[in-house]
Design a protein around this ligand. Structure first.
Ligand code: M6R
Length: 614
């Protein structure tokens, strides 16, 4: 979703800002823009619909000098993607410019009031209201930009991360945050700001994560200053970034998505490291021992998440129920928050999110806290909002995921949920220790099994050619493989734009079976598990209607091999670990189908990596 970058210092701000915008492209956007204070004291704003490269073309013959600037990638919410609606937005007098990530919910009321006071608007965005309001306050109260921002934010309802610059005070950026991410990088005589650390990491490792309701004075000459809306100074807590530039580059792969699929043996190794002892006999997962009583006394666990993280959470439900015998509900965070949920202090809520910034998941966390529930977070991005707003939690440690279609984060989430279920089961004594130890031993081999699965790459690439022009796909699975079917269908939809539906295999006969004909491929996830014989029937049912079946089976499979049209054989692992293995060929299949269709797999249309608005 929208991305913000800012720079103040002695270098050419434009170069840093454009590089930063490229780093933020993965978040998803439809226009881009930049504002710079030139050495001659002009405030120049340039913006363009489309890619950052369009903006660069547009700026070729423009004045891009200056050591202070802000820039933005916009993902349209209020108003279509256009040059006019792109950020930065100017105040009417062109004295200040602002970029914004989030949504101003009461923008209509504020806009009407400003229009009544004579303000003229250029765009359809909610953001322009903010810049006009700040300037109105600044000029009418004859106050500083900082005071005007503070007063304006008191009137605003909604979510924001903003950065504002002023023509007449070129050495300072005023930035603020509420419910949308904002990080400040501290260099020598220069400072950076951004929606995440990716544009900052090549310049400094010293960062400050701005908190909700804080305003930052980001200056080239003064140390970073943070205040709250009541004008009280708050603590500047400098953290060290654990991120490297090589993690943000494609490393020889044509796309981030393929790189991230192939990284899984090592990301899973990182995810397991330190959490499973050498022999697999002890599981250590942070936050569980400290909150032992909460998990042991939980009357229920509710997992809240969105998209792929929701699919991982559904696997988490099966794992926790199986291993810990605790009732588990899995909720779409966006539904949960408006469903008037019945919650109390005996509930444990687990929030799962790769980015740690998904607005709906954050809202669900807040509701859970208000109801007195204990909240545990599982996320990937260190320092993101979810780990900072939960009672305890852990990271999946799979490194930055840049491809919009989540791959390594999904397997990392499933792995962490598996370890979490095992850790609780051990504390609770709900599963024989020998069984847990056996799973622990197999977990240590998972990176190797995933590596073997990736050796099927060429077979899957060839297979993709047969199905590139299918209009619809059905994905079926049972038990642990049902969420894998959902995830496989989502992967295909989001990057190839082919309609795909994931379904519990046995439910097929209650409706979707009507869709089956020779034209529609059905992907059936049928590893060696306790439902194997049942799913053999489902394969037969599809074949009896002349459907074409692509089956994901375990090595050594006997029956489905003889019925399905195409078979992908993956390593045979214990049932609870099958999702980590069977999801990998589905990632590759979606990737190659999308590539065959010439789609932009890393930045699919309309999608954002980090969904920071409702
Ligand atoms: O960052 P989160 O895990 O909270 O994001 C949730 C979804 O937006 C995300 O999983 C989305 O569905 C991906 N595009 C899936 O590939």
């Amino acid at each position: 979703m929208c991305g913000i970058v800012g720079y103040v210092g002695n270098r050419n701000a434009y170069d840093i800002l454009i590089k930063g915008l490229h780093r933020l492209e993965y978040r998803g956007y439809d226009s881009a823009g930049v504002a710079l204070v030139s050495p001659s004291g002009k405030l120049n704003v340039y913006k363009s619909r489309g890619k950052v490269s369009n903006l660069e073309d547009y700026c070729k013959d423009k004045d891009t000098t200056g050591g202070t600037g802000i820039a933005h990638t916009r993902w349209a919410t209020h108003g279509e993607p256009s040059d006019r609606n792109a950020h930065p937005h100017f105040s009417e007098d062109e004295e200040i410019a602002l970029v914004h990530n989030g949504t101003i919910e009461n923008y209509k009321v504020l806009k009407d009031a400003l229009i009544q006071n004579g303000c003229k608007f250029q765009s359809e965005t909610d953001t322009e209201v903010l810049v006009q309001l700040i300037e109105y306050i600044r000029t009418h109260n004859d106050c500083s930009l900082l005071d005007a921002v503070k007063e304006a934010l008191k009137q605003v309802v909604g979510a924001y991360a903003i950065a504002v610059i002023e023509k007449n005070n070129p050495d300072t950026i005023i930035a603020a945050r509420k419910s949308s991410p904002l990080v400040i990088g501290i260099g020598e005589g220069e400072m950076f700001l951004a929606s995440d650390a990716t544009p900052i990491v090549e310049y400094t490792k010293d960062v400050v994560y701005v908190k909700d309701n804080e305003i930052a004075v980001v200056s080239k000459t003064e140390p970073l200053k943070l205040i709250n809306l009541n004008n009280e100074e708050t603590k500047v807590d400098v953290k060290t970034l654990q991120l490297s530039i090589s993690q943000l580059e494609k490393g020889g792969y044509p796309h981030f998505m393929l790189k991230e699929i192939f990284e899984q043996p090592s990301t899973l190794r990182d995810c397991i490291r330190g959490r499973v002892t050498e022999e697999g006999k002890k599981i250590i997962i942070s936050g569980v021992l400290d909150s032992k009583e909460k998990f042991l006394n939980a009357k229920r666990i509710i997992i809240v998440a969105c998209g792929t993280s929701w699919h991982a959470s559904l696997i988490g439900k099966y794992l926790i129920q199986d291993m810990c015998r605790i009732p588990v509900e899995v909720e779409y965070a966006s539904e949960f928050r408006y469903s008037n949920p019945v919650l109390d202090d005996r509930d444990v809520v687990i929030a799962v999110s790769q980015s740690g910034e998904t607005a709906d998941t954050l809202a669900a966390i807040q509701m859970a806290h208000e109801a007195g529930a204990y909240v545990y977070g599982i996320s990937n991005v260190v320092g993101s909002s979810i780990p900072r707003n939960t009672d305890s939690g852990t990271y999946i440690h799979v490194g930055p995921e840049i491809g919009v279609a989540s791959t390594k984060a999904f397997t990392g989430q499933v792995m962490v949920l598996t370890l979490l279920a095992m850790a609780i089961a051990e504390l609770k004594g709900s599963m024989p220790k020998e069984e847990l130890d056996k799973i622990g031993e197999e977990i240590l081999k998972i990176p190797e099994y995933v590596k073997q699965t990736l050796e099927l790459n060429d077979q899957i690439e060839r297979l993709s050619l047969i199905f590139t022009y299918a209009h619809n796909f059905l994905y079926l699975g049972r038990g642990y493989s049902y969420p894998v079917a959902l995830e496989g269908a989502l992967k295909l939809k989001e990057i190839s734009y082919i309609h795909a539906e994931g379904y519990p295999a046995a439910e097929m006969k209650h409706g979707p079976i009507a869709l089956i004909d020779a034209e529609m491929p059905t992907v059936i996830i049928a590893p060696n598990d306790h439902l194997y014989e049942k799913i053999v029937n489902n394969v037969q049912q599809v074949k009896a209607r002349h459907g074409s079946v692509i089956a994901i089976v375990s090595e050594g499979d006997k029956e489905i091999k003889n019925i399905a049209d195409h078979v992908i054989e993956v390593p045979d692992v214990p049932e609870c670990l099958t999702p980590i293995i069977t999801s990998v060929p589905l990632q590759l299949l979606s990737y190659y189908i999308a590539i065959n269709k010439g789609k932009d797999v890393d930045m699919p249309r309309n999608l954002a990596k980090s969904v920071t608005v409702e």
